[in-house]
Design a protein around this ligand. Structure first.
Ligand code: AMP
Ligand code: ZN
Length: 469
């Protein structure tokens, strides 16, 4: 099956052809480790995990190298460590450990390599000196700056007009710059800040700028040119633009990566997530109330390039969907193959909403020998057991339905912090009481559920429940 991916650089969806099929290479910008990662940070992690899984399926698990870095040198890290009175390494180690636990709970595979910026200072200095020697960088006031006018085709990724780039929020005008667009490759460290011997003959110890770390780590682990580079849409400018400038000018190459992929932004209940609005949610907090699998499904219901509005309603819907799917698959083992309509959707620039729609279709109890969507579904030819096995293998390809229905029952599954198994048990007890006309007991149970924040809905088909608002 052909994989098509949208490339931000050329603004088109193209057939993906790896440089070397036996070593498909992807780099994704990872977290700056100073605090718990928020739910927006979870988006690129989940999206590129789906791509990693798909590439492993297409090219073989041993033929894909996925690098996601850890930014462990940064002003925010220095400030937080000082605030908490802990050594920087202690803060970054602890945050990194929490991040790994959070994303594992979201069903994400560990990347092949997770390089830390502070362990690649030598590679960064090598790149800086190369740029300096070839006229693409210069020294000013103990800083090393990238010389943007030395690269005639700078700015192709963001395609921003020059004046906009200069006025842009993250472009700083400073006395040590020859041109306002020039950006920092290396800067001097103030006392107490992390410091390393500087490159380019600078005597004051210093530390790297942000962009150079990714060029250095991608080079070390993936080579001068590789297949896919990803991250959130906010990284297009200046971060990725500057990574391209550094790598292409250091290696004299036409491209840094063949495909540039960016996920859209996440907002919460219709508003930009921010600490001041009080709607800032960490992955850690979310996982206290919702299973990681629900969070993952909820993230994948929106196409990765679209903005996503994160809502409790969406999480509740995702919970119900997973319940239905687990009920449908029971304890079957996955088919060795994946449904072809499902994989076609996924191969079309990771169209997870279409792939999920297909899973819904597959979860409907299939009647043997009937084609429930003429000409579209292959399921009609499969027996019920087979359909379940395909549903399971397809969902597992995107990191869902990895558990069994009975395995899942044994665990406390919570919706908004309410244990679903406990609710199911109480509803059963209430039904038993009602069956023997013990209304005192059934009312008592309803009140107990209400106290847990559960609203019951009785209908002729049985009792369902909702979280009280
Ligand atoms: P940071 O730690 O801020 O450098 O972000 C790590 C990753 O999360 C980057 O790929 C960002 O683009 C991405 N990211 C940050 N905030 C959001 C958000 N609200 N929605 C989607 N992605 C985000
Ligand atoms: Zn980066």
């Amino acid at each position: 099956m052909e994989l098509k991916l949208y490339d931000t650089l050329t603004r088109e969806k193209r057939v993906f052809t790896p440089i070397d099929q036996s070593r498909v290479r992807m780099y994704v910008c990872g977290p700056t480790v100073y605090d718990f990662a928020h739910i927006g940070n979870a988006r690129p992690v989940i999206v590129f995990d789906v791509l990693f899984r798909l590439l492993r399926q297409l090219y073989g698990a041993d033929h894909v190298t996925y690098v996601r870095n850890i930014t462990d040198v940064d002003d925010k890290i220095n400030a937080r460590a000082a605030e908490r009175g802990v050594p920087i390494r202690e803060l970054t180690d602890e945050t990194y450990k929490n991040f790994k636990a959070d994303v594992a709970a979201l069903g994400c595979l560990p990347p092949t390599v997770e390089p830390r910026a502070t362990e690649h200072i030598e590679e960064m200095k090598t790149l800086i000196e190369r740029l300096d020697r070839s006229g693409h960088a210069y020294v000013g006031h103990d800083h090393v700056l990238f010389n943007v006018p030395s690269m005639p085709d700078y700015g192709q990724l963001s395609k921003r007009p020059l004046d906009e780039m200069i006025a842009g929020a993250r472009v700083e005008v400073a006395p040590y710059k020859n041109d306002p667009q020039d950006f920092v490759l290396w800067k001097p460290s103030k006392p107490g800040e992390p410091a390393w011997p500087s490159p380019s003959g600078i005597r004051t110890p210093g530390r790297p700028g942000w962009h150079i770390e990714c060029s250095a780590m991608a080079w070390k682990h993936l080579g001068e040119t590789f297949d896919i580079h990803g991250g959130g849409i906010d990284l297009v400018f200046p971060h990725h633009e500057n990574e391209i400038a550094q790598s292409r000018c250091a290696f004299h190459t036409g491209v840094m990566a063949n495909t540039w992929m960016h996920n859209g932004f996440l907002q919460v209940e219709g508003e930009k997530m921010s600490k001041s609005l009080g709607n800032f949610i960490t992955i850690h907090e979310l996982l206290a109330d919702w299973p990681g699998e629900v969070v993952r499904l909820n993230m994948l219901r929106t196409h990765y390039r679209q903005p996503i509005d994160w809502t409790v309603k969406g999480l509740e819907e995702s919970t119900k969907t997973l319940d239905t799917w687990y009920q449908a698959v029971g304890d079957v083992s996955p088919s060795p193959e994946v449904d072809s309509i499902f994989s076609a959707a996924l191969s079309d620039d990771l169209n997870t909403p279409a792939a999920i729609a297909r899973l819904h279709q597959m979860a409907r109890p299939p009647e043997v020998g009937t084609t429930f969507e003429a000409g579209v579904s292959m399921l009609g030819d499969r027996t019920g057991e087979d359909a379940k096995r395909y549903l399971k293998s397809s969902a597992m390809l995107i990191g869902l339905l990895g558990d069994t229905a009975s395995g899942r029952k044994g665990k406390a599954i919570s919706i908004s912090g309410i244990d679903q198994n406990a609710v199911a048990g109480l509803i059963e007890a209430r039904n038993a009481a009602r069956a023997t006309k013990n209304f005192k007991e059934s009312d008592r149970i309803r009140d107990e559920l209400a106290a847990m924040g559960v609203v019951l809905k009785d209908s002729k088909d049985g009792t369902t429940w909702e979280v009280a608002r």
